[in-house]
Structures are given as structure tokens and as C-alpha cells.
Design a protein around this ligand. Sequence first.
Ligand code: ATP
Ligand code: MG
Length: 278
Amino acid sequence: DEQEREQYWEKIQDALFNQQIDQFRAEFLELHPYDQAKIFETQSEQVRQQIYSYLASEEIADVMENIDIEDIEPFFTEMTTAFAANVLAEMSTDDAVDILNQLDKNKVASYLTIMEKEAAEEIKQLLHYEEKTAGSIMTTEFVVLNANQTIKEAMKHLRKEAPDAETIYYTYVIDNQKRLVGVLSLRDLIIAEGDWLISDVMSERVVSVPVGEDQEDIAKMMRDYDFLALPVVDFQDHLLGIITVDDIMDVMQEEASDDYSKLAGISDVDSPDDSAIA
Ligand code: ATP
Ligand code: MG
């Protein structure tokens, strides 16, 4: 309940005040990253600096993924450049890109320069996509399989890749040219026999979205099909990324408030019909 929650937050605050690192880590990391972010945001800069030094960059990355994008800039500005770059590299690529779009261009360039090559390359590619398109909201952390793998081999691969994947609920199947040829859900994988081939189990009629697709249309598709994720492809059906349902929920909220502002705007001016009469 509420009182229990407050007591827990106070314990965290005490651990910070007394500089008890292990105590702080144990209690803070037990919380959902959303609650971690709520606590983090209410601290003074001095205490935030303490938190940066107590947590690893991937742990701060989880916190940053749960802060409103409009509020994020000061936190990255106050981190050392090296630490900020590490945090961004540990984040989901879609979230890292959202944040980089809020930051000063020179800062972005210096982060990308010191960041690990592979992470920097993926982020650079994503920064090129136009706002509000599939490319701008997709993430590149997805798991792929080959059609001629056995279920057993696929499970082994999945176990290895799972920690860094945005979702393992769906795995996509690609051919030698990296073209999307199939999809399986985790349920499909788990109920199959170990010696079956992926090609026997996968659905071949994959619903996908073009990389330039408008985010509002993607939201509609996600609702219509009830998928938890959708694959994003280029014009030759190469798999470029995935969009997960949690990101689509953010899009729907954004679009709803955009529509609201438009409505509010229209009420201030004469409608075209009125001016035609006048
Ligand atoms: P559950 O419904 O219990 O969560 P499920 O295996 O039925 O598990 P769903 O999310 O309902 O999973 O997906 C239904 C089927 O749709 C799965 O077999 C899955 O492989 C398939 N699927 C997932 N994504 C796509 C897609 N983009 N295009 C076509 N089929 C897909
Ligand atoms: Mg189902």
C-alpha cells in the first residue's frame, strides 16, 4: 500500500544520505524502472551524481528509458560524456534515438564518436529516418532464425540472444539475403519437437510494415491484428527492425494529444465555410 511504498522510498533515501552503496543498490534495483525513474527525478543534482556513480551504465539506461522525453536533456548534460555515451549504447536503439533527437548536435556527435562502433552505426542509421515513420520508432534488437534450423538449434540461439532482444515473444525467420520469410511465436517454438525444422512450424504469410509507414497507420494495424510486435522491412522485404506494442501505446497517446491541439486550434479561426460566406 501507499504507506509501505513511502517507507520503502525513505529507506532508499536514507541509504543515499548515508552513502551505503550496497544497501542502495539492493533496494533501488528491486523496484520497477518506472518507480526508479520517479525517485531519481526528485533528487538534487548532487544526489543524482551519487546515483550515477553507484549504478552501472546499463542500470542507468533502464532508468532513462522511463523518464519523459521532454525532461531528459538536463540529465544527459550533467553526466560525463563517456558515461552518457555508455548509457545510450546500453539503451534500446529506439529509445536512444528519441533521446539523441532532443540533444545538442555537437553533443550527439561526440557521443557517437566514443561509443562502441556497432552501437554507434545502428543509431546513426536510425537517426536518418523521418519523424513519425516506422523507421523512427523501430528498434534493431530483434532475434532472427533460419528456416533450415531445427527447433533445438533455434532454442539454443534464442537463449543466447534473449538478454539483448527487445522481445522474444516473436522470432522472425530470414533467408540468405536477409529477407523476411517467416515468423514464430514463443508458444509455437515451445510446443514443437526438438528435431522439427523451423520451416515446418513458421507462418509464411508475415504481416509487415514498410520503413516509411506513418506511425498512426501502424498503430491501427497493431490493433487490428492484435500482434505484440510488427516487423519493419525495406522495399525488398529486408528485415530492418521491429516495433513493439509498448512503443505503439506511446504513439497513440502522442497522436491523441496532437489531434486535440488541432481541434483546439481550429476553434480559434473561422472555418473555410464561414469565410466563403463572408
Ligand atoms: P498467445 O495468443 O497465447 O499469446 P500465440 O502463439 O497465439 O500465443 P499470438 O501473439 O496470438 O501468439 O500470435 C498468433 C500467431 O501469429 C503466432 O503463430 C505468430 O507466429 C503469428 N504472428 C506473429 N507476428 C506475425 C506477423 N507479423 N505476421 C503474421 N503472423 C504473425
Ligand atoms: Mg494467440
